[in-house]
Design a protein. Structure first.
Length: 600
């Protein structure tokens, strides 16, 4: 019997390490971030645990890996480090080499792990990002935009795709980086770079853009797709020489001191005046970043108006508020759900699967060598969100027995479990929900979630303070059936949900009805980062929403990630038990089991 062969895509070394497996049919078979297994948030280590998890889930061995793609080119990264950090480049490179022996020649070292490798390649960081969204659909031509902090040198890049040919047609390089500019203000606001940017986005809704003009004055906008903007470094340090990404003079220039809470306080401890001041700065960088991103999109679409599909990836593509603006003016956009560095593993897997190689020495043009005339069959992906492993009833039962739990309930069918959970939620309880395959990307989409009724604003405070132990200003998101979308959104919104709304990749303005009845999942600026679930879906979260509806309630729930502050989303039954125990959740629904506070 012939063994089925797979392509493996890898991203690791900076942050958000991940592994992705593609089948011979070009469909994503498995993808997961390393952090879910090591419990180190944004883990950058070689994703050995994610690889093992994929091999186990697919029931294959290492000799069934035929192709490998790596998401960036390390030699160019070394060149950038040496060029921009001449005084401490030796220390930076030595530190990297000590923790990553594959750094200098990853394709060779990775090939040594898998005995039947037929093809291996390292791709430019931004090309991997672009491919991660390009290959989500079956369109034969399109325009891909990548915006992040930095890859090797690129910080913004614009790519065209046509029948197996991918060309870079414009962009910017470090230090002219939207992602690093946003990260600099993230650092100024005392949030962790590469992790706290979403908090800045949430905080921005509480402020007014009083500092936007000063930040905007540091930027020179150019009507040139080959290099759309330049950022003045007088008060910034976006080269990487400083971990803060800004100079001390930025405080005098803005007229505001950097915030340092020293892990002893949170934003909840600030005075109202202090909170308002820093919220104003968050609002300022949000509006500046939006103007810059919109400029890149406008230039790109003006230059290539005939491209059928529009793709978007890179860490900045996680900014839901900006995405709302883009979708309003430019229409449907295909966004990779895991559009940060983890998503590079998906792009690298696609590129290796179709054997893309550079067409020129500048690595600005790539073609697939596997197909005649460079035309490839590009199937639409059947699944792009739920790509991890499941917690099976068998593994849940073993975990329960190992913990010697009592007073738990086991349901004979999923329907019984869902019906009971719906009743429990409608009675005012907050539950942990671990059902089906784990989500791919940073957002919980109803597989590893904390769920509650969105009715009543006290629910938000309870989850923030007693369950997730996080700042009160941070909003929660709603998950709803597609049929309820028009009831929830304002009449100004597009009246049919976009693809991005299925993956919490955009916000919407809420209706007056929604603001009145569902305050727990609506932000202070009346928007919500929604997740739409198809009414005909057989996902457990869809069945639960339909169960809520059968009880006479609107098919909508408050949905937030199943984790405690500072931790990755839970993956296993044991992690679900731990998070449940240390939080104020009322019940845990794990596979076909219900565990209560009295089960321990």
């Amino acid at each position: 019997m012939t063994k089925q062969m797979y392509t493996l895509g890898l991203s690791y070394g900076y942050h958000d390490s991940a592994a992705c497996f593609l089948g011979v049919d070009g469909q994503i078979a498995f993808a997961a971030q390393e952090e879910r297994f090591t419990r180190k948030k944004n883990d950058f280590a070689f994703p050995v645990n994610a690889i093992h998890a994929g091999l186990k889930y697919l029931e294959i061995s290492t000799d069934q890996i035929a192709k490998v793609g790596f998401y960036e080119q390390n030699i160019k990264k070394i060149a950038r480090i040496c060029l921009l950090n001449p005084d401490n480049c030796h220390e930076l490179i030595s530190k990297r080499l000590s923790s990553d022996p594959c750094f200098l020649n990853p394709e060779q070292e990775i090939s040594n792990i898998f005995e039947n490798i037929q093809y291996a390649n390292c791709y430019p960081h931004h090309l991997s990002h672009a491919a991660s969204s390009i290959f989500l659909d079956d369109s034969d031509h399109g325009l891909a935009i990548v915006i992040d902090g930095v890859g090797e040198f690129d910080s913004t890049s614009i790519w065209t795709y046509e029948n197996g040919l991918i060309n870079r047609v414009g962009g910017t390089q470090i230090p002219d980086s939207i992602g690093l500019l946003y990260a600099a203000i993230t650092s100024f606001l005392d949030f962790r770079v590469n992790d706290g940017e979403y908090k800045v986005m949430g905080l921005s809704a509480y402020g007014k853009p009083e500092y936007a003009e000063k930040i905007w004055n540091l930027i020179t906008i150019k009507d040139d797709i080959e290099y759309p903007f330049v950022i003045d470094q007088l008060h910034l340090d976006l080269t990487g020489n400083s971990c803060l990404l800004y100079r001390d003079s930025l405080q005098d220039y803005l007229g505001i001191n950097e915030l340092r809470l020293n892990n002893k306080k949170t934003y909840d401890d600030l005075t109202s005046g202090e909170f308002e001041k820093y919220a104003n700065l968050a609002a300022s960088i949000q509006i500046v970043a939006e103007k810059m991103v919109r400029h890149v999109f406008s230039l790109s679409i003006k230059a290539y108006p005939s491209k059928k599909a529009l793709y978007y990836s890179g860490g900045v593509a996680l900014n839901c508020a900006i995405n709302k603006s883009l979708m309003r003016d430019f229409g449907e956009i295909n966004i990779q759900p895991s559009c940060g560095d983890a998503g590079g593993a998906v792009g690298a897997a696609f590129l290796a699967h179709y054997e893309f190689n550079a067409s020129n020495t500048s690595c600005s043009s790539f073609h697939s060598s596997e197909f005649n005339n460079h035309k490839i069959v590009k199937p639409a992906q059947k699944q792009i969100a739920y790509l991890g492993a499941s917690v099976t009833q068998e593994s849940a039962n073993k975990a329960i027995e190992s913990k010697c739990l009592k007073n738990y309930k086991c349901y004979k069918t999923t329907e019984q479990m869902v019906s009971d959970a719906a009743k429990v939620i409608c009675s005012g309880n907050i539950i942990g929900w671990v059902q089906g395959r784990m989500e791919w990307g940073p957002r919980s989409l109803g597989a590893r979630s904390i769920l509650a009724s969105p009715v009543g604003s006290e629910t938000q405070a309870k989850i923030n303070q007693a369950i997730k132990f996080r700042e009160l200003f941070r909003p929660f998101a709603p998950v709803m059936l597609k049929s309820f979308y028009k009831d929830f959104v304002h009449s100004n919104e597009i009246q049919e949900p976009a693809v991005a709304h299925a993956y919490m990749l955009s916000v919407v303005e809420s209706s007056q009805k929604a603001q009145k009845h569902f305050p727990a999942c609506i932000h202070v600026n009346k928007t919500a980062r929604i997740q739409i679930v198809d009414d005909n879906s057989d996902l457990e979260i869809a069945l639960l929403l339909k169960g809520i509806k059968l009880l006479g309630h609107d098919p909508i729930l408050l949905n937030t990630s199943f984790n405690l502050k500072g931790e990755p989303i839970v993956s296993s039954a044991e992690e679900a038990f731990g998070t449940f125990w240390y939080s104020g959740l009322d019940y845990l629904y794990l596979s076909n089991y219900r565990i209560g506070r009295d089960s321990f």
